[in-house]
Design a protein around this ligand. Structure first.
Ligand code: AIR
Length: 396
């Protein structure tokens, strides 16, 4: 199974089909191209990031079954770039080994409520939570145990802070509850964490796990703004995170790349979210490692043995370029100026519409300093330079 020569035995014109066409699809396509693997992307529009370099585009909403059928007709294996997936519908379209990861493995991770249930089932640490439906059934006394602020999260489709709502008092909460129906939201206790960490890794068809270093992520208004790799952790944190990752992927028999976001504070590591896909916190791997998260996913899904993961520098800084409104420089001018910063590795996603806070691209710098504090200091200086050209959307 794990043989490069198998690529020649594929029966359909394209080795891989990707459902979804955002920036993650674009970077998967780039990784596939560098291995001469042919990819077809199913996405709404020919101008979506995932369409730009794909060998073939099926222009259809990723949730549209007719489009899914056409994609399956053309491709040997189907992978996903996001978790907005209709598992039941896809089950009718192909055998389980067509999809990587398979649909059974994906099912508990595609919405936030089933994810929390799965995390609880494995007894893994995560902030205390309850669904709005369960909350509404509680007695007054039990309700009072949930202190403000609370974090409300929509159970499906939330990302980059979308579908998150901080609730700070009873009045706000009552209005919110009166507007939510069924199991649409989950409520989470507020966590006063010190750091946010993330871990991206892969599991291959033989069950072998490969991990990227744990990174620290820094958010701006609920959206990841920059990522430092590696994070400043210790042996216990690393071992615990590794155990959590292994428990999750082994329990699910998950194949492919997966990312886990953690809070870290007085209660140690708590799982914030699991992403059954490549993850923003792993973009640094394109330049800073010998194999990227996208390369790992492409190799594993197309039956090529993925390389072992090694960093090829002491660290890196990745900064997201988040959409601005009414900035005095045009997007083109900002990109040109950014690419002139020494050491900049600029990734542009080709999105035409610059909505406030939208991920338009990212920029990675390799860091040679041996010590974390020195890398952090250097990173802050680089961020200052970037911010002069492309500020964070909430800081200008
Ligand atoms: N994405 C998926 N889950 C979370 C994120 N950020 C990526 C995917 C998806 C794209 O973001 O690549 O297609 C959507 O970005 P936008 O800017 O079109 O909303």
């Amino acid at each position: 199974m794990f043989n490069k020569s198998n690529i020649n035995h594929y029966k359909k014109p394209y080795s891989l089909g990707i459902i979804g066409g955002g920036q993650l699809a674009l970077m998967l396509v780039e990784a596939a191209k560098s291995r001469n693997i042919k990819v077809c992307v199913q996405t709404k529009s020919l101008s979506d990031p995932g369409s730009l370099k794909a060998d073939l585009v099926i222009e259809a909403d990723p949730l549209q079954l007719k489009g899914n059928k056409n994609l399956i007709k053309e491709c040997d294996k189907i992978i996903f770039e996001n978790e907005w997936v209709r598992i039941d519908k896809l089950k009718e379209l192909g055998s389980d080994d067509l999809f990587v990861p398979n649909l059974e493995a994906l099912a508990p991770l595609v919405d936030r409520i089933s994810q929390k249930k799965f995390i609880n089932k494995l007894n893994l640490p995560t902030p205390k939570w309850i669904t709005t439906r369960e909350f509404k059934k509680l007695t007054e006394e039990s309700r009072d145990q949930w202190k403000f602020p609370l974090m409300a999260k929509s159970f499906k489709g939330g990302y980059d802070g979308k579908g998150n709502k901080k609730i700070t008092n009873k009045k706000e909460f009552d209005t919110f509850l009166s507007k939510t129906f069924s199991e649409d939201w989950l409520l989470e206790e507020w966590v006063d964490y010190r750091n946010e960490f993330a871990l991206v890794g892969s599991r291959d068809n033989l069950g072998k796990i490969r991990l990227f270093p744990i990174v620290e992520t820094f958010q701006s208004n609920n959206v990841c703004h920059w990522v430092l790799s590696p994070a400043k952790t210790n042996y216990e944190i690393n071992q615990f995170a590794l155990n959590i990752f292994s428990s999750i992927v082994n329990e699910l028999n998950y194949v492919g790349v997966l990312g886990i976001e953690f809070f870290f504070g007085n209660s140690g590591l708590l799982i914030n979210e699991i992403a059954p896909r490549t993850h923003n916190s792993g973009h640094f791997s394109i330049e800073a490692c010998n194999t990227s998260q996208f390369d790992q996913h492409i190799c594993i899904s197309s039956g090529v043995q993925p390389p072992e993961i090694k960093m090829n520098c002491n660290g890196s800084l990745m900064v997201n370029l988040l959409g601005l409104k009414n900035h005095h420089l045009s997007m083109e001018e900002r990109i040109k100026k950014l690419s002139n910063i020494e050491g900049a590795n600029l990734h542009w996603y080709g999105k035409s519409k610059e909505n406030l806070g939208r991920k338009m691209g990212h920029i990675t710098f390799l860091l040679n300093e041996i010590n974390f504090e020195k890398r952090l200091y250097k990173s802050k200086n680089i961020i200052k330079k970037i911010n002069k050209i492309w500020p964070s959307p909430h800081e200008y």
